[in-house]
Design a protein around this ligand. Structure first.
Ligand code: SF4
Length: 447
């Protein structure tokens, strides 16, 4: 979501004549997009603002704008920071170019956030956001021939640890025709893979034209666009997952057989305290149903370790769930209290940091052992990848002894494959044969 928002604002600024630099010392304007999901991300923003405060002493005309969830969360408090000139929440990104011009021309500090974040946005505000996305989502913003397209905004789930409902507002599904129009524009520019975005994408629901559109319907509509070769969607919530989505994945060949569906914990007691609205048994049933309906599906999950009150037994239940589900990969985070959430207000952050750290390491170890074994099944297999470009870690595959540079590609099931090949392949599909595996990467030879 944040990557998409950043790219939209960058495109809008380029459109009115700005050039982009990643060196703050060369910039007239520094724009920071922020995430509030973990304390660590917010601390990094504050540390960057500290550096910019010093830079402003030698560049007094420098304009600093803070956008995104932290801007929405802290509002005027952030505007009081000596480095900050502009504060804009996630729903106000279309206003940023004008706010920057005002700050440059008239030295006016400004703030634009949503006052009543849980009130439904006015239709005009949604339209402005939709128009902004349609105008500025271009293929230039994305890695070779792939694009993110927002299907919905906000979240209604109120997991007790999570700040998203308080900074991104209620769930709002975009009209399917606006999504399709945007995708057609992107495919006209050469985009081949679409990733539909939503905090709870499986809850996509739009009432219009005397019928209701759910995610399975939207996937079918995207699938029908000839120029779309692959379509993905992230992220799903296991609580109300619609089985029609699995049928769409099984029956529509361009829908990638990849599901990111965070479990967060394997302990029913902790899941209840997190307000996740499912049990570990229900979660595992859903995973079994997904594997049965969509052969070869790859499933990834997220976990929070050290949630308030998490005992050794609760953590053992999480390890047990990971061992049973056999995920492709898991993202593991240490619990971090977020101001204003139910967990922060009502629960004591009582798992010591060293225990959180150890559980984080232990759970990743379990996950890595699973992936190490399961990935060996790919040895010798031919897989199709969408080539993203040059590999950032060229040492990884140096045994290949090939004069071509090392490229990185992604399978439909979201595995990363590294192989040697001509750089011109970037943005296209290629077939590779897997020669070596590790828990997170497949090493391959171009066919
Ligand atoms: S589903 Fe839960 S974790 Fe995900 S964004 Fe909504 S409140 Fe946050």
């Amino acid at each position: 979501m944040n990557k998409l928002d950043s790219s939209l604002v960058v495109a809008a600024l380029k459109d009115i004549g700005f050039q982009i630099t990643d060196k703050p010392t060369l910039a007239d304007v520094v724009l920071i997009n922020t995430c509030s999901v973990r304390g660590h991300a917010e601390n990094r923003v504050m540390s960057n603002l500290g550096h910019l405060k010093h830079l402003k002493q030698s560049k007094p005309n420098l304009i600093v704008a803070v956008m995104g969830c932290m801007a929405q969360r802290l509002g005027s408090e952030l505007l009081e920071h000596p480095a900050v000139d502009i504060v804009a929440g996630p729903a106000q990104i279309p206003q940023i170019p004008e706010m920057i011009n005002d700050a440059l021309n008239c030295r006016i500090n400004s703030i634009a956030i949503t006052e009543k974040i849980r009130a439904r946005h006015a239709p005009a505000e949604n339209k402005t956001l939709d128009d902004f996305e349609l105008a500025y989502d271009t293929d230039e913003n994305h890695i070779s021939s792939q694009a993110f397209v927002r299907a919905m905004r906000g979240c209604n789930n109120f997991c007790t640890y999570c700040i998203v409902p308080y900074v991104r507002g209620p769930e709002i599904s975009r009209p399917p025709h606006a999504i399709i129009e945007q995708i057609k524009k992107l495919t006209d520019q050469g985009v081949k893979q679409i990733t539909l975005l939503g905090q709870t994408i499986d809850a996509y629901c739009y009432d219009g034209d005397e019928r209701q559109y759910r995610l399975a319907d939207l996937l079918e509509m995207v699938h029908d666009i000839d120029a779309v070769k692959w379509v993905r969607f992230i992220t799903s919530h296991p609580g109300k997952f619609d089985p029609a989505i699995l049928n769409a994945m099984a029956n529509l060949p361009k829908v990638c057989p990849y599901l990111h569906i965070p479990a967060q914990s394997g302990s029913d007691r902790i899941l209840k305290a997190m307000n996740r609205k499912y049990t570990s048994a229900q979660y595992l049933d859903l995973i079994a149903q997904a594997k049965e309906t969509v052969p070869g599906i790859a499933i990834a999950s997220d976990f929070i370790v050290g949630f308030p009150g998490e005992t050794d037994d609760d953590f053992a239940a999480t390890v047990d769930l990971v061992q049973k589900a056999r995920f492709k990969n898991s993202f593991v985070f240490k619990y971090s209290p977020r101001p204003g959430t139910h967990a922060t207000k009502e629960m004591e952050d009582n798992v010591p940091d060293e225990v959180k750290k150890q559980r984080n390491i232990d759970l990743l170890d379990v996950q890595n052992q699973i992936a190490e074994v399961d990935n060996q099944h790919f040895l010798g297999k031919t897989m199709e990848v969408l080539v993203e470009g040059l590999s950032k870690k060229p040492h990884l595959n140096k045994a290949e002894n090939d004069n071509n540079p090392q490229l990185i590609g992604r399978t439909a099931t979201d595995y990363i494959a590294v192989f040697n090949g001509p750089e011109e392949l970037a943005g296209g599909f290629a077939k590779v044969r897997i020669t070596r595996t590790s828990p997170l990467t497949l090493f391959a030879k171009l066919i």
